[in-house]
Write a protein of this length. Structure first.
Lengths: 199, 476
C-alpha cells in the first residue's frame, strides 16, 4: 500500500448528505478486475449522461476541480454497500483524502486499507471548508497527517482523530495482513483452545 | 483493569465479542476469530490478493461459498450466462472453492441461493457465532443471535488467510419495540419505521440489539428481515436474542449440531441473551402500535412513510442544502409534494432479495396474488431467495398462483435488488421492490425504486400503482 504522509491540494465539494456507494460506483462495474482503472467509473452516472457525455455542472467535471486530491463530503459519506470498489474508484480518480462530518463505517475501514485517508471534522468545519472551496475553487487545504491537522485556506487549523494503528499503517504503507501473520502463534493457540465446539 | 467482586451484567454482543477475542492491538482494536465466513461470486479479487502473496485459506472448513450476485435467474447453466464478465465471476468462485477445498453451493447444487438466505436455512448460521461476509447485508444472520459483520474485500482476503478480523469495538444500541403490530404490518414495515425514525446514519458505529414484545413476536424469518436492514440505519450489525423460536428453527437443520452436541449448544445458547441490567450506549423505544405499513418515496431508506401518506414538501425544509437535495430527488423520482403515494403508477414489481425472498415472504405475496391479475403494462417478477425456497414454494403451489396471476417465476439469486447480474429496470421505470435499498440507479440507471413488504408489492402489482395493504380485501 502506498504511504500517506501529507497533502496540500484544492478540494472538490460534494455537499449532499448520505451519498451512497452505489453513486460512487454503480453496480454494473463491480465485476471489473481489481487492477483495472476504476477511476473512470467514479460517480459514473452523475459525471456522465446516458450518451457518455460529461455533465458539466457536476463538481468533478469543473475545470478547477479535476485535479483536486481532496474530497469534501456531506454527512454519512459513502454509506450503503460494502463494495471496496468505491475506494478503488475514488483512488483511481486521483483523490487521496475525504473530509466529511461522518462516514459509512465499512467505507472508512476500506479506505485506510487502500491508502485513502478518511478525516472526520465537525459539520461546521466541513461546511466552512466547502464554502471556502466554492468561493475559490483553487483554495488549498493542507493535511498534515503526522500532526493530525487540517489547515483551511484561511489558516484555521482543525485537529482530527485517527486510530493509532491505522495512522501507522498509512504513514508506513504497512500491510495489515502481514502484521496479523506475525501473530500466527496467537491464532493457533486460540484455535486449540476454541476447538470445534461451534460446529 | 479494575477488579470487580461481582461480574458486570453483559450484553449479548459483549458475550460473543469476548468469546472470539484472540488478542488486542495497541490502538484497542481486537483480533476476532471468525466461526463462519460466507463468500459469494464477487469474491474473486480477494482470492487474487491471496495468490499475490502465495497464501491460502487458513480454515477452509469454516468457509462456505455460493453464487448469488451474478447468478442468472433464467437458467441454472453458468455456460448460458451471456455476459462474459458475469460468467467469469460465477465460474471463478467455483474454481477457487474447488482449488481450496471450500464447500460450494453451486448453481445446480440444489442448495444455492442468496448467501444471507442459505446461511440460516442450512443451519450454518447459529447463535453465539461470529460470522462475516463481504456484503453489507451480512447483518441478516444476527437474527439467530449471532454477531455478523459485512466487510470489504481486503478484509475478506484477511479473513481467508487468517480466519480472523480486526475490529474496533462498536457501541451498543438497543431498540425496543413494545406492543402489538397492527393489521398488515410486517417486519419490513418495522425496520423501515425504525430507519425513518433514527435516520440512515442513526446507528453508525453501533451494533443494534432488537428487543421487546413485538420483536419476540416476529417469526424467525421476520427477524431475518429486520436484522437484514440494520446496515440501512448505519449499524455494523443487528441482533435478536435467541429464544425457543430460534431453537425450533434450527433443530434438525443440516448443519445444526446433533445429539449430545445439540444439548451442549443449547445450554450455551440459552446463556447468550443480555443480562438483566446490562448497559447499552444508546436506547431507542418504539411503540409497535405506531407502526403502519410503510413505503419509501425517496433515494434513501430513511425516506419512508405510511402507505396512506403523502409526499412531503421540500419547502418545509429549513436547510437550503437539504431542500435542494430533496428537489433533486423529486426530479429523479418523478414526484411532487403533497401527492398521495398510492397514486404512484408502477412499471415493474420485484419480489425477492435477502430482505424478503424467504418462504413466508412468498406465501404473503401469493395470498394477495391469488385474487387477481398483474395489471396491464406491469412486469412483475418473483425471485426466490434460494433453491430450497423455490422448491418449497413449488411444493405448496405458490409458483402456480404467481404464474396464473401473471408474475414471472424465476430461479434464485440477488437479481434486481442490485442488478449486478444485468437484471435491471430501464431509465424512468417505477419499481415496487421488496429489497433493501432505493438508492438512485440501484435497480438500473434512471430506475425509481419504492421499498415495501412482499404483500404490499404483490398488491401493487395487481393494482398497477402503490396501495395501502390495509385497504386490500382479504389481506392477512
Amino acid at each position: 500500500m502506498e504511504p500517506f504522509i501529507s497533502l496540500k491540494s484544492n478540494a472538490v465539494p460534494l455537499v449532499q448528505d448520505n451519498i451512497d456507494t452505489d453513486q460512487i460506483i454503480p453496480a454494473r462495474f463491480l465485476a471489473r478486475p481489481r487492477d483495472d482503472d476504476h477511476g473512470i467509473n467514479f460517480f459514473r452516472d452523475l459525471r456522465f449522461d446516458a450518451n457518455g457525455q460529461e455533465i458539466p455542472e457536476f463538481p468533478l467535471n469543473r475545470p478547477n476541480w479535476r485535479d483536486a486530491r481532496i474530497i469534501l463530503g456531506g454527512r454519512n459519506f459513502a454509506c450503503g454497500s460494502s463494495r471496496e470498489n468505491a475506494v478503488w474508484a475514488l483512488h483511481g480518480w486521483g483523490a487521496r483524502a475525504v473530509i466529511a462530518p461522518s462516514f459509512g463505517d465499512i467505507f472508512a475501514i476500506n479506505a485506510v486499507k487502500n491508502g485513502v485517508l478518511p478525516i472526520m471534522l465537525s459539520a461546521d468545519a466541513v461546511s466552512a471548508l466547502m464554502a471556502a472551496t466554492i468561493a475559490d475553487p483553487e483554495a488549498v487545504i493542507a493535511i498534515d497527517f503526522p500532526e493530525q491537522t487540517v489547515t483551511a485556506p484561511d489558516g484555521t487549523v482543525h485537529r482530527f482523530e485517527i486510530d493509532p494503528f491505522a495512522k501507522r499503517s498509512l504513514l508506513e504503507g504497512l500491510d495489515e495482513l502481514a502484521f496479523t501473520m506475525t501473530h500466527e502463534e496467537d491464532i493457533a493457540a486460540f484455535e486449540r483452545r476454541f476447538g470445534r465446539d461451534n460446529f | 483493569m479494575t477488579q470487580h467482586t461481582r461480574p458486570e451484567p453483559l450484553t449479548m454482543f459483549d458475550k460473543i465479542w469476548m468469546r472470539h477475542r484472540v488478542l488486542e492491538r495497541e490502538d484497542g482494536q481486537v483480533l476476532l476469530y471468525v466461526d463462519r465466513h460466507f463468500i459469494h461470486d464477487g469474491t474473486a479479487p480477494a482470492f487474487e490478493m491471496l495468490r499475490k502473496r502465495g497464501a491460502a485459506p487458513r480454515a477452509p472448513e469454516r468457509i462456505f461459498a455460493t453464487p448469488d450476485h451474478y447468478a442468472p435467474t433464467d437458467t441454472r447453466q453458468s455456460a448460458e450466462i451471456a455476459n462474459a464478465e458475469y460468467r467469469g465471476m460465477v465460474e471463478s468462485l467455483e474454481r477457487n472453492a474447488a482449488e481450496f477445498g471450500i464447500r460450494h453451493f453451486g448453481l445446480q447444487d440444489g442448495q444455492q441461493g442468496i448467501v444471507h438466505v442459505i446461511g440460516p436455512e442450512t443451519g450454518l448460521s447459529q447463535p453465539g457465532m461470529l460470522l462475516v461476509c463481504g456484503d453489507s447485508h451480512t447483518s441478516t444472520h444476527g437474527a439467530l443471535g449471532a454477531l455478523a459483520f459485512g466487510i470489504g474485500m481486503t478484509e475478506v482476503a484477511h479473513v481467508l488467510a487468517t480466519q480472523c478480523l480486526w475490529q474496533r469495538r462498536p457501541r451498543n444500541m438497543r431498540i425496543t419495540v413494545e406492543g402489538a403490530l397492527g393489521f398488515g404490518v410486517t417486519a419490513k414495515d418495522v425496520i423501515l419505521h425504525i430507519i425513518a425514525t433514527i435516520g440512515t446514519a442513526g446507528a453508525t458505529g453501533c451494533v443494534i440489539e432488537y428487543a421487546g414484545s413485538a420483536i419476540r413476536g416476529l417469526s424467525m424469518e421476520g427477524r431475518l428481515t429486520l436484522c437484514n436492514m440494520s446496515i440501512e440505519a448505519g449499524a455494523r450489525a443487528g441482533m435478536v436474542a435467541p429464544d425457543e423460536k430460534t431453537f425450533a428453527y434450527l433443530a434438525e437443520k443440516q448443519y445444526a449440531p446433533k445429539g449430545a452436541e445439540w444439548d451442549a449448544a443449547l445450554a450455551r445458547w440459552r446463556a447468550l441473551p443480555s443480562d438483566p441490567g446490562a448497559q447499552f450506549d444508546h436506547e431507542v423505544m418504539i411503540d409497535a402500535a405506531s407502526i403502519a405499513p410503510m413505503v419509501t418515496w425517496g433515494n434513501s431508506p430513511q425516506d419512508a412513510l405510511p402507505a396512506d401518506g403523502v409526499i412531503p414538501d421540500p419547502m418545509h425544509q429549513d436547510d437550503p442544502a437539504r431542500r435542494q437535495a430533496m428537489e433533486d430527488c423529486f426530479a429523479y423520482m418523478g414526484l411532487s409534494a403533497g401527492m398521495p403515494v398510492t397514486e404512484l403508477r408502477l412499471d415493474r414489481v420485484f419480489i425477492g432479495s435477502c430482505t424478503n425472498g424467504r418462504i413466508e415472504d412468498l406465501r404473503a405475496a401469493a395470498a394477495i396474488a391469488k385474487d387477481g391479475k398483474v395489471a396491464a403494462g406491469v412486469m412483475a417478477w418473483v425471485v426466490p431467495g434460494s433453491a430450497p425456497v423455490k422448491r418449497q414454494a413449488e411444493a405448496e403451489g405458490l409458483d402456480a398462483i404467481f404464474k396464473e396471476a401473471g408474475f414471472e417465476w424465476r430461479e434464485a439469486g440477488c437479481s434486481m435488488c442490485l442488478g449486478t447480474n444485468g437484471e435491471i429496470g430501464r431509465p424512468g421505470q417505477r419499481i415496487a421492490s421488496t429489497s433493501n435499498r432505493n438508492f438512485r440507479g440501484r435497480q438500473g440507471a434512471g430506475g425509481r425504486t419504492h421499498l415495501m413488504s412482499p404483500a404490499m408489492a404483490a398488491a401493487a402489482a395487481l393494482a398497477g400503482h402503490i396501495v395501502d395493504i390495509r385497504r386490500v380485501q382479504g389481506a392477512a
